[in-house]
Design a protein around this ligand. Structure first.
Ligand code: NAP
Ligand code: MG
Length: 464
């Protein structure tokens, strides 16, 4: 399969497409490697992960260039890729020695308390199948690889077809880091073939999926055969509220970037903007003005903060959604066009006059499009929460205000897995991340990910 550079539309390399035979081979390699890897002394796994992190950092420039070529990332995000990956690996490198159980004050089965010890063991869940999207190559993969390996599990990774290079490179570095062959396996291939085979595979104990809500549903069905455990990080349509007391000089760039960073190809993107009517003109024209300072173009030029969309198909989809939003009465305050020339670029687009029933307010665009609405003093916090929560999704959200009561009430009322005050989509390895409603099942990052990849065994030990 050709791998295309989204900034030019031209092939950069080719990769092999794996199918059922390759998934079978990879799952069996992961099964074979599981006993030794899970029985390894915690410190030995820690050392492997630390070495892996160091190798990634030592290749930061290659990784940056590859993520720009393969994933169409802007220079600034490309710069963060190796750093982010190493940060996650180091965080999880500390976990093998902290996967503890509990001793319990229990004396079951009529045993005398003096004759029994009840305790729990924390065990790796087994062979994990990981399926990832294309929007942040290296990062998306490391979010799975790091906790899975720390937990003592082995892994078969099926990356997105649009960004197959990152995982191959990571697999090579993993071997150099001393992670034994078979522990971390990569099969490039198509979702409906390699992905679906992995999701349904009887030799897989758990699927960790990141991608669209639609494919998430397929994963759930496919997993039913052996009732494997499933966690899902899915789409979003996250609300952003700007109150009249917000500091506009920080709010305007903040909400613009919340919507447009990574060309909106970002699950946590703040794509629904609700602004108090008293400042709506100022915020809308402020975003339009700010966007004049942000250039759109290939990530190979560090001046460009906004890169291309990942594929021609995605560009066409976003273009069609922009057209329908216009037809339905939304007004483009800035942007609204596809850029001519090579590559798949769409101008960051702010729509005003949106309403909650419009497609642009309900469906994830996964492109640089913000749908803005206004609110007024007649709407209390509950009414604003109803606006925020009028969505099948519940991934992220933010509230921009200097008022403590507004911040506290809104953060409690918004139904999402994360919410920011005067910041959007804060990410840190220690903070749990995941979605409510149709944005997902479970939480990744932090200790929460250790729950995803381990299982608890209750042991009762009697000595009479
Ligand atoms: P996608 O189409 O759902 O694909 C995700 C992965 O699933 C790809 O590897 C894909 O393979 C594979 N796949 C497709 N059909 C499959 C099937 N029937 N069985 C098993 N696997 C299958 O998503 P995408 O277009 O790559 O990425 C965009 C979506 O990801 C957006 O909805 C976005 O919100 C979501 N996302 C969520 C998060 C989060 O953490 N919540 C983070 C990033 C992105 P192919 O590449 O071959 O199609
Ligand atoms: Mg896809």
């Amino acid at each position: 399969m050709d791998v295309l550079d989204p900034a030019t539309g031209k092939p950069i390399t080719t990769v092999c497409l794996g199918g059922k035979a390759e998934i079978d081979a990879a799952v069996s390699a992961a099964r074979d490697a599981l006993p030794a890897w899970s029985a390894m002394a915690p410190d030995a796994r820690t050392q492997c992960l630390l070495k892996f992190a160091g190798l990634i950092e030592s290749q930061a420039d290659d990784i940056k260039q590859l993520s720009i070529l393969d994933g169409g990332l802007p220079d600034m995000i490309g710069d963060s890729t190796a750093w982010f990956s190493a940060l996650f690996l180091r965080y999880y490198a500390g976990w093998p020695s902290k996967l503890t159980g509990q001793t319990l004050p229990s004396s079951p089965n009529g045993l005398a308390p003096s004759d029994v010890l009840a305790y729990t063991l924390r065990e790796p869940i087994g062979v994990v199948g990981a399926i990832t999207p294309w929007n942040y190559p290296y990062g998306m993969e490391i979010l799975k690889i790091a906790p899975v390996l720390a937990a003592g599990c082995t892994l078969v990774l099926k990356p997105a077809e649009e960004t197959p290079v990152a995982s191959l490179y990571l697999a090579e570095l993993a071997l150099q880091a001393g992670i034994p062959a078979g522990v971390f396996n990569v099969v490039n291939g198509l979702g409906e073939d390699a992905g679906a085979t992995l999701a349904a595979h009887p030799g897989v104990d758990k699927i960790s999926f990141t991608g669209s809500t639609e494919v998430g549903r397929h994963i759930v069905h496919a997993s039913a055969g052996n009732l494997k455990k499933v966690s899902l990080e899915l789409g979003g349509k996250s609300p952003v509220f700007v109150f009249p007391d917000a500091k506009l000089e920080q709010t305007i760039p903040g909400v613009a970037l919340a919507g447009f960073m990574m060309s909106g190809q970002n699950c946590v993107c703040g794509s629904r903007l609700y602004v108090h009517e008293s400042i709506a003109d100022e915020v809308a024209s402020g975003i339009a003005e700010f966007m004049k300072s942000i250039s759109v173009g290939p990530g190979s030029d560090p001046a460009n903060m906004i890169g291309p969309l990942i594929s021609e198909r995605q560009r066409d989809r976003v273009e069609a959604m922009i057209g329908r939003a216009r037809d339905n009465g939304a007004e483009a305050i800035t942007g609204g066009h596809t850029l001519p020339g090579e590559g798949w670029f769409v101008e960051p687009t702010l729509f005003r006059n949106c309403s909650s029933d419009m497609e642009i307010s309900q469906q994830e665009v996964f492109g640089p499009v913000i749908a803005m609405q206004t609110f007024d003093d007649s709407q209390d916090y509950e009414a604003l929460a109803a606006l925020a929560n009028d969505s099948q999704y519940g991934l992220s959200g933010s509230v921009w205000t200097q008022n403590l009561e507004t911040a506290m009430r809104m953060t409690r009322l918004i139904d999402s897995g994360q919410v920011g005050v005067n910041t959007h989509a804060a990410m840190d390895p220690s903070m749990p991340f995941g979605g409510n409603k149709q944005s997902g099942w479970g939480r990744e990052f932090g200790e929460a990910a250790m729950e995803l990849y381990t299982k608890t065994k209750a042991v009762t030990l009697a000595w009479t």
